[in-house]
Design a protein around this ligand. Structure first.
Ligand code: AMP
Length: 397
């Protein structure tokens, strides 16, 4: 028996299959149909075998799900799926816990889709498709916003007219919650401080999307992403926080419309916008090494924003016991970690450069004398989702 985890984007569907206990990952893969001219690429790895297929005839999430189940059947893993965990980006204020999906839940998710127009609609299509194909399995939605449902009021309200909150629901939701929650729990384990209400963590999730969270004793105190995943740190193609007056100026004086602003801020900004090289940090690192001035500038801005954020989150916590790096850039770029930590000695954080260069998963990269720890944690969002789904199987037994 197994548990399937699905993470639907607008042009990708990531999947992972776990054993019944949600401990062992049996296979994972990605189906990517963004670049139509190239056909669809699917890459998956099964233990030591990995396989890439391209030019598949897939144009939507429904086809994608069918293809994934077909591939799983080919490698004899498709038949025994007991539960499916779906990553859902936005749970609004309604969904604060993993939820068994029924018709009522689907309807409620549809109602909050406009809060996450890029993410929730494809997840809903996928849920509908998999429920039809696997009607006997338990389908469970796990929300990226859920971890932040306990944010203090002072952290989730914006300093705008209070009616915006009351009438339009304008508030901070926070995103990447599955990752931040996993890292918070894992850090407490690594530090042997589980159930310690005073543990102060700053978690930096640095991937294509980037966010940082201050966590006190396992609960979030503040986070950088807001009403949408556009706020906060500079990201691959997203601007992160900018002066909202810029938008007013561009609309009033330069005739920009909402679609143009949306496109520019979500897809043409961040590392890509500044470097004009790529949104991919590896390529920017390479260009910076080759003396591309704009790539160097993009990295400098990226780093400075992370440093300022770590500073402000540490103040909110009243100190910091550990800084955590996770996600693609956080886990894999020694340059980024080294640059960020360069100015953190005043917080008692000192990076061991040898450990940093030879870092391995879930390890402490701080020097012995460092007052605080610097942890590299491999985020395991899929496993968190599988575990949530597994709890529902246990309940129904
Ligand atoms: P994610 O969204 O977590 O998959 O992270 C994607 C980001 O991680 C992209 O910007 C990648 O360029 C970056 N990344 C992945 N591997 C590396 C690496 N070895 N060095 C630097 N950046 C990396």
């Amino acid at each position: 028996m197994s548990i399937l985890v699905l993470n639907s984007g607008s042009s990708t569907l990531k999947f992972a299959l776990f054993d019944e206990l949600a401990e062992e990952e049996l296979v994972r893969g990605t189906l990517d149909w963004y670049s139509q001219s190239e056909g669809v690429t699917m890459a998956y790895g099964f233990q030591k075998i990995s396989k890439t297929e391209s030019r598949l005839d897939i144009s939507n999430n429904r086809d994608a799900v069918e293809w994934i189940l077909h591939v799983l059947a080919e490698i004899n893993l498709g038949k025994s799926i007991r539960a499916v965990g779906h990553r859902v980006v936005h749970g609004g204020t309604k969904f604060c816990q993993p939820t068994l999906i029924n018709e009522k839940v689907i309807q409620s998710l549809g109602e909050i889709s406009e809060l996450a127009p890029l993410h929730n609609p494809p997840a809903l299509t996928t849920i509908g498709a998999v429920k039809t194909i696997l009607p006997e399995a338990a389908h469970v939605a796990v929300f990226d916003t859920a971890f932040f449902s306990t944010l203090p009021r002072s952290a989730y309200l914006y300093p705008v007219p209070y009616e915006w909150y009351e009438q339009y629901g304008i508030r901070r939701f926070g995103f990447h919650g599955i990752s931040h929650e996993y890292c918070s729990t894992r850090a407490a384990e690594l530090l042997d401080r589980q159930n310690d209400d005073s543990l102060k963590l700053v978690i930096c999730h640095l991937g294509n999307g980037c966010s940082a969270t201050a966590v006190l004793g396992g609960s979030p105190l503040a986070t950088t992403m807001g009403f949408t995943p556009l706020e906060g740190l500079m990201m691959g193609t997203r601007s992160g926080s900018i002066d909202p007056g810029i938008l007013i100026y561009l609309m009033k004086q330069q005739g920009f419309n909402p679609e143009q602003l949306d496109q520019s801020l979500n897809h043409q900004s961040g590392l890509l916008g500044v470097s004009d090289v790529s949104s991919d940090f590896r390529q920017i690192e390479q260009a910076a090494q080759d003396k591309n001035e704009r790539a160097q500038l993009a990295i400098k801005m990226f780093v400075e924003r992370i440093q300022s954020t770590i500073g402000s989150l540490s103040v909110l916590l009243g100190g910091i016991d550990a800084l955590i790096f996770t996600a693609g850039i956080g886990e894999h770029s020694p340059l980024l970690r080294s640059s960020v930590c360069e100015k953190l000695s005043f917080l008692g954080l000192e990076l061991n450069e040898v450990k940093n260069q030879n870092a391995h998963t879930d390890s402490d990269l701080a020097t012995k004398q460092s007052a605080g720890r610097i942890l590299l944690i491999q985020t395991r969002e899929e496993q968190m989702i599988a575990r949530a789904a597994q709890r529902f199987i246990m309940k129904s037994k």
